[in-house]
Design a protein around this ligand. Structure first.
Ligand code: FAD
Length: 410
């Protein structure tokens, strides 16, 4: 399928695909057989990706990336998403990728030197610590309970977070904390950089969860108890935490969509290959109309999802917040990917459940996408609020006010 991607975008995606097929697919097959992705394999793939000229394409050259425009990298996110180790091989893996973007956008030169450069080089790992247990923030970010108070030239952080991706392996965390108790809930929070080694940071546990069966950074519960960091660890502007989180989450939701679209497309490709070989009732499964239509439906919906993501990305590039477009893309893609991966499990029969193929891992991994980065319902709330802004009562008044005007003619 041709999209209106630039030459640079197409060329990078193609080179990435060659690399993924030559290097990542064989490594993935071995990892599936061993039941684990080893750190050494990840680093080995990253070294090869550097030689291949496709490492960290989304980050400025001065920080160790390739300095390409967001638009030009978008299709590459999908190519990498096709493989269990694809995104980490070229260092566009969440949550580090979103954190790199945040640091590049908001960081001071010192913060970029200390955190961004080593993060891009994969010498450091990071987490974004926002979600909290009751009575703290989950779907409703206004409920943030974690506080950061100024004491001399230090921030003192107290709070309880959970579901911080990479938390248990991270070297530093970007913590969302309330810095102004009196401000409107959306205006009194800030982002603060916290090295994990700081006294008072406790990684309580890595929360057992669905997905991530071959390894990965996990999702941690973390307490912050009288955690002191220098005042220069404030990331971005004071009390602008939510605005900054949106600057991070808008593009990050779209890159997530592309990575997950890659999962769905690979699942379709595997299912097509399986159904073309496997026979039942006198012919290959690929000849059964019922299954062919399911593949067609999947292709239609995936094309729509990709088009929506590109449209939202264009809006962001034009300087618009594109909140509605991003919300629509995120909800639509998350549901399409979940439906498609589920159908491909069915198409591959027992081998859809088995873990010789990556589909079962995709199935476990993609369910969270309907929750993470804002649950479906939370995005629909925003879309619906926008939709109800232009209610036109004249559309129905002839029906609802017929007593005043006389009943409509039968
Ligand atoms: C794999 C994974 C990785 C994550 N990584 C991170 C991370 O790195 N950093 C971080 O800070 N957080 C992370 N999270 C947390 C994630 O952002 C939250 O799970 C999400 O925002 C929802 O919050 P919650 O789980 O507290 O759900 P709750 O707020 O408890 O809501 C539960 C459910 O209620 C429904 N709901 C909520 N509001 C409404 C409404 N108004 N109307 C109807 N239904 C509604 C939704 O279906 C929602 O899923 C991660 C979560 C997962 C699963």
């Amino acid at each position: 399928m041709e999209y209106d991607d630039s030459e640079t975008a197409v060329e990078l995606a193609e080179r990435t695909r060659e690399f993924m097929e030559a290097e990542v697919r064989p490594a993935e097959r071995e990892a599936l057989q061993r039941g684990q992705i080893e750190e050494s394999v990840r680093h080995d793939l990253q070294a090869k990706a550097r030689e291949h000229g496709i490492y960290a394409p989304q980050i400025g050259e001065e920080y160790g990336g390739m300095g390409l425009d967001f638009h030009d990298v978008l299709p590459t996110f999908e190519v990498a998403g096709r493989y269990l180790m694809g995104a980490s091989a070229i260092r566009i893996d969440a949550p580090d990728e979103g954190n790199m973007h945040t640091l590049e956008l908001l960081g001071t030169e010192e913060q970029k030197e200390e955190y961004l450069k080593p993060l891009v080089a994969d010498e450091l790992r990071s987490g974004f610590s926002m979600t909290e247990p009751q009575p703290g923030a989950g779907s409703d970010p206004k409920m943030i309970q974690t506080t950061a108070e100024k004491d001399g030239d230090e921030w003192v952080i107290d709070g309880h977070k959970w579901w911080t991706s990479n938390g248990a392996v991270a070297d530093f965390l970007i913590v969302m904390a309330r810095t102004d108790q009196d401000a409107h809930p959306y205006e009194g929070c800030s982002l603060i950089l916290v090295p994990v080694e700081t006294d008072g940071v406790e990684i309580v546990r890595d929360i057992p969860h669905m997905g991530g069966g071959l390894g990965g950074g996990g999702h941690a519960e973390i307490t912050y108890d009288d955690v002191r960091v220098p005042e220069e660890n404030l990331l971005g502007e004071l009390n602008m935490g939510f605005t900054h989180a949106q600057q991070r989450l808008g593009p990050a939701r779209l890159t997530h969509c592309m990575r997950f679209s890659g999962m769905a497309q690979r699942s379709i490709d595997i299912a097509k290959a399986y159904m073309s070989e496997r026979e039942a009732f006198g012919s290959p499964l690929a000849d059964k109309q019922e299954l062919r239509y399911k593949v067609a439906d999947a292709e239609i919906r995936l094309h729509a999802a990709r088009s929506m993501v590109r449209h939202a990305a264009r809006q962001i590039a034009a300087g618009n917040e594109a909140r509605i477009e991003v919300a629509m893309s995120k909800v639509f893609t998350a549901n399409v990917v979940n439906d498609i991966v589920d159908e491909t499990v069915q198409m591959c029969g027992a081998n859809g459940i088995g873990k010789d193929l990556p589909i079962a891992h995709f199935y476990e991994g993609c369910r969270s996408f309907r929750i993470v980065d804002g649950a479906d319902e939370v995005h629909k709330r925003v879309i619906a609020r926008n939709a109800f802004e232009d209610v036109d009562p004249t559309e129905v008044e002839h029906v609802l006010r017929f007593e005043e005007k006389g009943a409509p003619a039968q």
